[in-house]
Ligand binder design. Structure first.
Ligand code: GLU
Ligand code: ZN
Length: 544
């Protein structure tokens, strides 16, 4: 009778489960290799929440020499947008995620878009009917509303279960009559669970969780032939041979139903890691980071500022595993890929998204790059966001690299900027084109008397500056300049007898620093003066 019913409901489905098992065989992967997937709905651009949610399965798959899949879950046609797949892929590529199988690339386990996998769902659906674990339900919206009203009025549990499951025991003849009549139907699971029984579910992140069994006859396939998420993901994860499912922790309450489905289909359930979302603290309230409310949730926020992709991934790594930060401090020359991530080092209470920390990580990251690497990335960023500056850095390429190299390759490199958009603001004065067109605001410190300033500057450029001086020679000359003009070149002496002098060596160097840069705080003055050269320095002195 079940077989007859299966043929009646799915007359066009010729294949059986065995066919699928052969078409999508177990993967031939090394021991311990994980097959993970990111399974978004194509509803628009990615945001930081999605990006973090996809970082995790990508990292787990890659570090185990496994496979990372992008599967697009577009069964909710109302929410899907037209170029949704492209937008997701663009972002994943921009962040250098290694996606082994995806809709545009294909793979042995495709298609990778759910609406193109209906033939798989129908084969499995027919199988479930044939073994008596699924049945057609002809209830209308009104029938279901009435059922819910009764349940609410009698304070009973909501859902299609037990004696509420009216269509559970329809005879073959009744079903045939209604189908011949053209009545619409959905396919429901025939649940064997007992809601009063509990079982223990082992989650990779949250550990053991006690849950009640499922007893609801949920909809497996809607009347249009498309399954909702639950049934689709079971078929997909099984036939894509996914080993670990990572997904939002809001799915935990559906786990009893999902596990019953895996079992009914005769599939071995994968491991599950339910992930906490990136949260944000707003006053006293902690909530999920939101694309709508938080500008820093948008991927474009980082792109426009030129925050390096690698820094964002380092931040994700820090959030993902509590022991990563410590490890990275001791292994700054390594990639996050060298760290061994585990699910049990993930936060079980949710991570607070901390933009300040991300920016700090970015600052450190940038300070450790080679000047040539900073230049290349700056070139890319300015090409998109600041063409004028892009022309300038390319016109003076070597000069720019030298500027970027000031106080860089050393144990404690300088950290002047946290993103590419801040670089111009920190080195603009090195370019005549910018200096000569800017409204200059000299940050004189102790010495403010113009006559005194001019005396020092002229003495320096006429009698001391030599582009070929090494740093020691330069510094000795600065001391001479200092003593000659009545300032003290020895700080200790100065502190003992401040009244004996007009000031000290710091005051003298500041006059020179401010005269050439307008700024009272800059990277190494010796390097700046060496790069600018005598003509530029003189020109700038003459403006004072
Ligand atoms: N399409 C589901 C979502 O976007 C995916 C859940 C899963 O990864 O299984 O929430
Ligand atoms: Zn029904």
């Amino acid at each position: 009778m079940n077989k007859e019913l299966a043929d009646l409901l799915y007359p066009d489905v010729q294949y059986d489960i065995d066919y699928l098992e052969k078409k999508y065989p177990e993967r031939n992967l090394p021991d311990g290799a994980e097959v993970c997937r990111f399974a978004p709905s194509p509803t628009g651009r990615m945001h930081m929440g999605n990006l973090f949610a996809s970082f995790i399965p990508e990292v787990m798959a890659k570090q185990s020499n496994g496979v990372f899949i992008l599967r697009v879950e577009d069964t909710d046609a109302k929410r899907a947008i037209e170029n949704g797949v492209e937008l997701i892929l663009e972002d994943l590529e921009h962040y250098n995620y290694v996606v082994d199988e995806h809709p545009n690339k294909g793979g042995e386990y495709g298609p990778y878009i759910q609406t193109e996998r209906a033939f798989i769902y129908h084969i499995v659906a027919k199988y479930l009917v044939s073994i008596g674990r699924a049945y057609p339900c002809f209830c209308t919206e009104e029938d279901l509303t009435e059922m819910r009203n009764i349940q609410e009025a009698t304070k009973d549990r909501i859902g299609y279960y037990g004696h509420y499951a009216k269509c559970r025991n329809l005879s073959y003849d009744e079903v045939k009559k209604r189908i011949d009549n053209g009545d619409k139907w959905v396919l429901r699971l025939k649940s064997m669970g007992d809601f009063n029984k509990k079982f223990v579910f082992k989650d990779l992140v949250k550990g053991n969780i006690e849950l009640p069994e499922n007893d609801i006859d949920q909809v497996l396939v809607k009347s249009d032939g498309i399954p909702p998420y639950a049934f689709a993901h079971v078929c997909d994860d099984h036939f894509m041979r996914v080993t670990t499912v990572t997904r939002d922790d809001s799915y935990i309450s559906s786990v009893p139903y999902h596990l019953e489905l895996w079992d009914a289909c005769g599939f071995k359930a994968p491991k599950f890691a339910h992930l906490l979302p990136l949260n944000k603290k707003e006053g006293e309230v902690i909530r999920k980071i939101s694309k709508r409310k938080d500008p820093e949730a948008a991927v474009s926020f980082y792109h426009e500022r030129g925050i390096p992709v690698e820094a964002i991934k380092l931040y994700f790594a820090t959030v993902m595993n509590s022991n990563f930060e410590m490890w990275y401090l001791q292994n700054q020359d390594k990639s996050f890929r060298d760290f061994e991530f585990t699910f049990n080092k993930m936060s079980t209470s949710g991570a607070l998204f901390d933009l300040e920390k991300l920016i700090n990580i970015s600052k450190n990251y940038l300070s450790r790059l080679k000047a040539t690497e900073v230049f290349e990335n700056l070139d890319i960023w300015t090409k998109e966001f600041d063409l004028e500056f892009n022309n300038l850095i390319n016109k003076y390429k070597d000069y720019t690299i030298n500027i970027l190299n000031i106080e860089r390759e050393q144990a404690k490199p300088r950290k002047d900027f946290s993103c590419y958009s801040e670089i111009k603001n920190s080195i603009w004065y090195m370019y005549d084109e910018l200096f000569n067109n800017a409204e200059l605001n000299y940050e004189w410190q102790k010495i403010t008397d113009k006559e005194e300033i001019r005396t020092i500057l002229n003495d320096y450029i006429d009698n001391y500056y030599d582009i070929n001086d090494d740093k020691d020679t330069w510094f000795n000359k600065m001391k001479e300049l200092c003593d000659k003009n009545g300032y003290c070149s020895n700080m200790k002496e100065y502190k003992e007898n401040p009244d004996k002098y007009k000031g000290n060596i710091a005051d003298i160097s500041n006059v020179i620093r401010v005269a050439v840069t307008t700024k009272s705080m800059t990277p190494d003055l010796y390097e700046i003066l060496k790069l600018l050269g005598k003509d530029k320095i003189k020109e700038r002195f003459n403006r004072i």
